[in-house]
Structure formats: structure tokens, C-alpha cells
Design a protein around this ligand. Structure first.
Ligand code: ADP
Length: 359
């Protein structure tokens, strides 16, 4: 069992920089939580406070109901995997994995069993006598994970573990972490700036910006119903398109274009009559056919889809990116006719999502 509860946690560094504001989450046993956000948003600080590597300025941290806010890192029963692996170069892979147990003076037979079991899980059995320098980046990252597994900690903490790997290895190692999570059913906190990692790995995502939690939810919740403009723009690749529009006469009127609305959409916007709002449309929710003119300036074929960039509006006032189905061959200057399959609406002042009956 490992339930983690972060309650009203703030971090104010000595130089008076507040890096984290009122962070709250109850992490369930066996859950994989991904903290995601741009560089400097406070993800690592949060993880390091959980690990006990940074003091918690305000608030409380509980592990299985026990207050561990003041507990030293070494007594928290957590293991952290860093992006730079931090392996000992002069030791073999076996010795690296056994190190923390050797330090704890565990029975060598027990150590041997644990190291072999972890090596088996991670596919490192044939590498145990090698030195870290003889291994690939991906294998070294697995050794770093193996070192955590042998300790059988209550909570695994990952700080950007894949960022030193090339794109192909990142994908493969990501799948390994997912398998590892399933196999160990362990509670995990995982920090990344990469929204793809968050979407593919997380049971729940915590999306942060400038020290504030913007939304906590399943990957689908964040993708499908983002709380605000920030989450909408951060989750999803290529990012959501945004347009300034006014809700008028049951339509959205933008700069040089108009979009008609369904009855349901009009109902959602009923409190915003004649007001300016932000319209958000994901590139994959734009389809060929319709009344919107796009003047294309680039056509990138990806195989299954084509990424088309252009300008929309009578005078090309709006930048737009569309991920169209199949193979299209627009040339620079061609006109594409499109429509929006799905729309998101945001309040101009608060930047919050406009949802039915929520104002
Ligand atoms: P992230 O992991 O999301 O990139 P961090 O948690 O590392 O962000 O940093 C959050 C903010 O706290 C940043 O503004 C950073 O400059 C600041 N910060 C991080 N570490 C320290 C420190 N030791 N002293 C002062 N400010 C820090």
C-alpha cells in the first residue's frame, strides 16, 4: 500500500521565489501520476519536496496516512530515478544495482535474488558483469530503474528519466516504464515537460503553469475538456488553434470569417451574447469540405495525415494549422475549404473554458 497525499503545499525558496502554490492531490495506491508543464513551472520542485530533497514551506505530506512532512529523505521509503542515471562508472551493473542493499548490509543471498529478479524484469540479465560505459543510454536508464526496484520502495519518483534518450529509445523506454508500472503495481510520480509522455503514461495528469496546478485529470479529460486556455494549448500536438471571435446572431464572427453553431453550442454560449470569446479548434478537428477558406503555405505529408498550415480570413488574418486525414497535395498559395468538427470556447477575461450552465 502506498497512498500519497499532498495538502496545500507551497514552496518558497530562500531568495523569496515562490515556485509552487497550494498544491493538492490524493494519489491512490498504484497510481501513475505525471506532472507536466513547461520548464520552470515547479514540477521538479514538487517532486523533490515529495522525495524530501527540498523542505516543504507550507502544507503537509502524508504517506499512507502518516505525516512525513518533516521526515528525512532516507526514511521516506521512496526511490528516485534521475535523467542523468547517476550510475557509478567503476562498478559493474550488478554492483550498481546491489549498491543500496549492500550499504544497508542486507544478506548477500537476498541481495543476489533481488538483483537477478530486477535484471530479469528489465532484460538486463546478460549485462550484469559489464560496466555502465559498455551500455547504451536506454540500458543505463534501465539500470537506474533496476537500482530503484531492488529497494522495493513504497513510491517511485521519476524526474525526466527519458530526456537524455533519442526519440526512438524514448518511445521504447516509455513502454518499458508502463510495463514496469503494471508489473509492480507501484505508486509512481513522474515529471516531464513532454505532453506526449504525459498522455501515454499517466493514469492521471497534473498540468502545471507558473507554480500553479491548472488541472488534474485523466489524459482524456485534459485532452477533451481542458479547464482553461493554458491546458488546451499545452496538451495536444500540434497545439490547438485559437481565434478571437464574437458570439453574435447565433454565430461566431471572427476576423474575416464566420462559423455557424449547433443549438447545443449556442446554448453553451448563451451568457456571452455579443461578447468576445476565444474559439479553440484542434488541428485534428479540422476537416476538408465546408465554407472556411484557408490559404495554404505549407503541406506536410505524414502518411496517414497531412499537416496543412495556412491563413484563414478574407485578408489572411488568422494563422491556422490543420491535421487533415489522408494525403493532400496543396501547393503554396492554394486554397483549401474546411470546417470545424469540434469547438472549444474560452472566456476572454478568465481564460477558463466556457461550459454549459457554468458561469
Ligand atoms: P520545472 O521542474 O518545472 O522545470 P523547477 O521546479 O525546477 O521547474 O523550478 C521552478 C521555479 O523555481 C523556477 O522559477 C526556478 O528558477 C526556481 N528554482 C528552482 N530551484 C531553485 C533554487 N534552488 N533556488 C531558487 N529558485 C529555484
Amino acid at each position: 500500500m502506498a497512498e500519497l497525499s499532498l495538502q496545500h503545499i507551497d514552496k518558497i525558496y530562500d531568495n523569496n521565489v515562490q515556485a509552487v502554490f497550494d498544491f493538492n492531490i490524493d494519489v491512490k495506491d498504484g497510481e501513475l501520476i505525471v506532472l507536466v508543464g513547461p520548464s520552470g513551472c515547479g514540477k521538479s520542485t514538487t517532486l523533490r519536496m515529495v522525495a524530501g530533497l527540498e523542505d516543504i514551506s507550507n502544507g503537509k505530506l502524508f504517506l499512507d496516512g502518516r505525516d512525513i512532512t518533516q521526515t528525512p529523505a532516507k526514511d521516506r521509503d521512496m526511490a528516485m530515478v534521475f535523467q542523468n542515471y547517476a550510475l557509478y562508472g567503476h562498478m559493474t551493473i550488478y554492483e550498481n544495482m546491489a549498491f543500496s542493499l549492500t550499504l544497508r548490509k542486507e544478506d548477500p543471498n537476498v541481495i543476489h535474488k533481488k538483483v537477478l529478479a530486477a535484471a530479469e524484469i528489465l532484460g538486463l540479465t546478460s549485462q550484469l558483469n559489464k560496466k555502465p560505459s559498455q551500455l547504451s543510454g536506454g540500458q543505463r536508464q534501465r539500470v537506474a530503474m533496476g537500482r530503484s526496484i531492488v529497494r522495493n520502495p513504497k513510491v517511485f519518483l521519476f524526474d525526466e528519466p527519458l530526456s537524455n534518450l533519442d526519440a526512438k529509445l524514448r518511445g521504447a523506454t516509455r513502454r518499458e516504464i508502463l510495463l514496469l508500472h503494471k508489473r509492480l503495481s507501484a505508486t509512481m510520480l513522474y515529471v516531464t515537460h513532454d505532453q506526449t509522455e504525459a498522455l501515454t503514461l499517466a493514469d492521471r495528469i497534473v498540468c502545471m503553469s507558473m507554480g500553479h496546478v491548472q488541472q488534474i485529470g485523466t489524459p482524456l479529460e485534459l485532452y477533451d475538456s481542458p479547464n482553461n486556455l493554458f491546458v488546451a494549448g499545452f496538451i495536444g500536438l500540434p497545439p490547438m488553434n485559437f481565434f478571437d471571435v464574437t458570439f453574435e446572431d447565433g454565430k461566431l464572427k471572427g476576423k474575416g470569417f464566420e462559423v455557424s453553431l449547433s443549438d447545443e453550442e449556442k446554448y453553451t454560449l448563451s451568457d456571452y451574447n455579443r461578447q468576445e470569446i476565444t474559439l479553440g479548434v484542434r488541428p485534428e478537428d479540422i476537416v476538408e469540405g465546408g465554407t472556411l477558406h484557408v490559404k495554404v503555405f505549407s503541406n506536410e505529408n505524414l502518411g496517414m495525415n497531412t499537416l496543412v498550415h495556412g491563413h484563414m480570413g478574407a485578408n489572411g488574418e488568422n494563422r491556422i494549422s490543420a491535421k487533415l486525414r489522408g494525403w493532400t497535395d496543396y501547393k503554396n498559395g492554394d486554397e483549401a475549404m474546411v470546417s470545424f468538427k469540434r469547438k472549444h470556447f474560452f472566456d476572454k477575461q478568465t481564460t477558463n473554458s466556457i461550459r454549459k450552465g457554468e458561469r
